[in-house]
Design a protein around this ligand. Structure first.
Ligand code: 26Q
Length: 819
């Protein structure tokens, strides 16, 4: 190919091709004809990166110069999803790239398919962080995301005989073209050892930490491009490397093997993401990870952004550290330590600053999900921090005693230190004491935080508590994932909705327009075909045509009640094979599951096994006449979500009321025109209020009803005995029909439901089945269904993460965007 003239404008097809070929030659070291798809993918990624580079450098330079207040989002997880499509979109290069690659005989989608997504998170919390940094960049907010560059992200799920088997996620094996390592900006992080008191030159009593070992934190920068606004923010993820001390040890000790073991030990810190998402184990490595990234981030912000001569008394004018759950809370005693031990602040001065620099977002309601660290462990790893935590607690409890004299029971409840079953630090209490603001992630959740989980703290400091309902980025989950629908929207109301999602309201009248409804249905049909093709190639799954697509995708957890969904399937099946109904009474439906279970979570893994076994029996049974299918593609992740959600008709959001903090999948489905069947839980409440009762299938107990039933005593056996349909479904499992005749295979599950189900599956069964009947009735009237689907989309613009970010700015951060 002839070289294009030097003056070719970059933002043109020719200019693009020139840069792409240049990258292929110079960084991949291949010619076009000799290149592999991976070479081409990487060259394309580097080309797109180059387009964003000048903007990135400029954004970075300005944010250091500008002296405006910035947000540091501290999160142990970022579930980013693939980067290429988003970067192309943000840089307005998608069409140019597609055309340019075509000229080179390459299909853009094939290169996009080459990318392995960075799965550096478990689920909702990690994906939320990714949506938030996208919105902050798009809204021109000076901000930086800090986290951990796990070498292995969330495990790859496979199924062997229907059971989950975990494989390591080797997302870095072919290298990532999106990261920029900065070894020169490494930060040393200390661990272990002891503390000692000493008197400084001014005769002041001081403490110093004498750590025992350390590691290097190496920053890797990632671009976070705003949508078409020329801003590129930074995500800074830390990777652990052994310090030079280890090399010296190798040199001096002669015990090479031991020294290498020590190096491996240090580098373990950022090796792997913990795959638990709701029952955290108090594992030492996990605490090392938390301190590692938070200490590095605080040091980094102070050194890089503020610089040597900044007066740290004014720190809160320049930064707010947003704590994504309690995982980064160890940052509180760390900032105190830096200010007191390293900067010579007095306690009160240091607390004055620290208590203005942190805000805390809670993401749970389950007591077992609240992190606690045994003082034995914390003191061994971070002795100085434990002392500081005790000192914070002493002063805090004094305040509680002042406010509530004689109420020692309250003092015990509120203490940062728990005494039973072992002495431990309650991280949510530490966060609540230190934070300027505490927020829940949906209205109901924030209410329950105030009234239950953190009630004592809300009594003491009502003004600290607020709500920010979660949101999702319209760029990834509508504009990119559903480009057909995006085209229709833009054709109808213009393209402003991409950054102003409330404008979807303008589509309300279209719900009554038969022509628009037809187009909307065509988009759904297209998305279903696209999903069908993907699942055939990816999983060997055949989706039947013309079925209602009923989708439940989320982490597997008892409280989310995948069990209720599979009981519905089993019940339909049972009714047909026992002759209670004929197959043609069933609405043709395919139920799609996607869910990973924490590797040590037995009941969750058993549920996966059950779903797979039900699928293999139901899918083969001719008596159903092909009208009921179950599909469970393995390894649900962001990439699969982007194909599944736009194809869905029905969104399953069926957690026990009062257990799901918010949910964010629920928002993505509604925005893509699915109807929700759901309980009055998390953000479902707000979705229903916005779309209206006629366009939402509500079922199940309310949170107060759950509470009342719990108080009175929940006896699942009574539901089983009194509901023949439920009994028949459970009995069918126990008959062994799904387990090759073995009656005991699923005993762990059935006896959990029958005898000690905290999440009351049987109590909501009847109501769920009734709501599913309503679903079928509505689906039979395709016009009515489509009308509701359009209204769901038109009325849920509120759930943009841009709006969430605006709420954080006004209710929590007290900042305005930079222009
Ligand atoms: C903590 C310590 C040790 C090991 C693991 C963990 C850990 C890791 C991840 C604990 C919890 C998580 C993730 C929690 C999570 O994803 N919560 C979800 O957050 C979403 C965003 O706010 C909400 O929409 C969901 O309702 C909530 O379940």
């Amino acid at each position: 190919m002839a070289l294009a003239p030097v003056a070719t404008p970059r933002h043109s097809v020719d200019g693009f091709v020139q840069e792409f070929l240049h990258e292929l030659n110079t960084t991949q070291g291949v010619t076009l004809s000799a290149s592999t798809i991976n070479d081409q993918y990487k060259a394309l990624a580097l080309t797109v990166r180059n387009y964003l580079m000048a903007r990135w450098l400029e954004t970075t330079r300005n944010s250091i110069k500008s002296k405006s207040k910035a947000v540091a989002y501290l999160s142990a997880e970022y579930l980013l999803g693939r980067q290429l499509g988003n970067a192309l979109l943000a840089a307005d290069l998608a069409d140019i790239a597609q055309e340019g690659l075509k000229q080179c005989g390459i299909e853009l989608w094939q290169l996009r398919a080459q990318e392995v997504e960075p799965g550096l998170g478990n689920g909702g919390l990690g994906r939320l962080a990714a949506c938030f940094i996208d919105s902050l960049a798009t809204m021109n907010v000076p901000s930086v995301g800090y986290g951990i560059r796990y070498e292995y992200g969330i495990f790859r799920q496979t199924f062997v005989d229907g059971r989950q088997v975990e494989q390591p996620d080797t997302w870095l094996s072919l290298g990532s073209p999106w990261e920029f390592p900065h070894p020169e900006a490494a930060v040393t992080i200390n661990f272990g050892g002891t503390t000692e008191k000493y008197t400084d030159e001014d005769g002041r009593e001081r403490t110093r930490w004498l750590p025992e070992w350390d590691v290097q934190a190496i920053p890797y920068n990632y671009m976070v491009p705003g949508y078409l606004n020329g801003r590129v923010n930074t995500l800074r993820l830390w990777s652990a490397e052994a310090t030079r001390a280890f090399d010296l040890q190798i040199f001096n000790s002669g015990d090479y093997a031991r020294a290498v073991r020590a190096q491996t030990f240090a580098e373990n810190i950022s090796k792997v993401l913990y795959p638990e998402d709701s029952t955290p184990q108090g594992k030492e490595l996990r605490l090392q990870q938390q301190y590692f990234f938070v200490a590095a981030s605080i040091r980094d912000f102070i050194n890089q952004v503020l610089g040597e001569d900044f007066d740290l008394h004014n720190l809160s004018d320049r930064i707010i550290f947003q704590l994504n759950d309690t995982h980064p809370v160890i940052g509180v005693p760390e900032l105190m330590r830096v200010l007191i031990d390293e900067e010579g602040f007095g306690w009160d001065e240091a607390w004055e600053v620290t208590s203005k620099c942190f805000a805390y977002t809670c993401h749970t309601l389950l007591p077992e999900a609240l992190e606690v660290w045994p003082t034995e462990l914390l003191g061994r790893l971070l002795p100085r921090h434990l002392e500081i935590i005790y000192a914070i607690n002493d002063r805090f409890l004094e305040q509680v005693r002042d406010r509530f004299p004689g109420d020692e029971v309250r003092v015990g409840r509120m203490s940062i230190i728990a005494e039973y079953p072992e002495r431990a630090v309650r991280m949510a209490h530490l966060a609540s004491v230190a934070a300027t603001k505490i927020n829940g992630v949906a209205e109901l959740h924030s209410q329950l935080l105030r009234d239950k989980v953190l009630k004592d703290f809300a009594d003491l400091w009502p003004e600290k508590f607020t709500n920010v309902t979660n949101g999702v980025t319209p760029r990834r989950f509508l504009r990119m994932a559903n480009y057909k629908l995006s085209g229709l929207l833009t054709e109808t109301i213009g393209s402003g909705w991409v950054t102003d999602l409330e404008r979807l309201r303008e589509l309300e009248p279209c719900a009554d327009d038969p022509e628009f409804r037809e187009k909307f249905r065509e988009v759904k049909a297209f998305n279903k075909r696209r999903l069908t093709n993907l699942l055939r190639a990816r999983d060997g799954i055949d989706l039947p045509e013309g079925h209602m697509l009923d989708v439940m995708v989320k982490r597997l957890h008892e409280y989310k009640r995948q069990s209720l969904k599979i009981l519905h399937v089993i019940s339909l099946y049972e009714q047909v094979i026992s002759g209670k109904i004929s197959a043609d009474e069933i609405t043709p439906r395919t139920v799609v599951f996607g869910a990973k279970a924490a590797p040590g979570y037995r009941l969750a893994k058993d549920t996966i096994h059950l779903i797979n076994k039900v699928a293999s029996v139901v899918n083969e049974d001719k008596r159903l006449d092909g009208r009921l299918k179950v599909a469970f593609p393995a390894n649900y992740n962001v990439t699969l979500a982007e194909k599944l959600i736009p194809a869905a008709d029905l969104s399953e959001q069926i957690s026990l009321a009062g257990k799901e903090a918010s949910g964010t999948g629920n928002m993505k489905f509604a925005l893509n025109g699915a109807l929700t069947i759901g309980t009055d839980d998390g953000a479902n409440v707000e979705i229903r209020e916005l779309v209206g009762d006629d366009h939402f299938f509500l079922f199940g107990m309310t949170e107060p009803e759950v509470e009342a039933l719990q108080a009175k005593g929940y006896h699942p056996g009574e539901y089983y005995q009194n509901n023949p349909q439920l009994k028949a479904a459970v009995d069918l499992i126990q008959s062994g029909i799904f387990s090759g005749g073995d009656r005991g295979t699923f005993d762990s599950l059935t006896s959990s439901w029958l005898y000690h189900d905290r999440f009351m599956v049987f109590a909501d069964f009847d109501s769920y089945i009734a709501a599913q009947k309503k679903v079928e009735e509505k689906y039979a009237d395709q016009d009515a269904w489509t009308r509701s689907a359009i209204l769901n989309m038109a009325r849920t613009g509120y759930f943009s993460s841009d709006r969430s970010m605006r709420d954080y700015m006004t209710r929590i951060w007290n900042i305005t965007p930079d222009f």
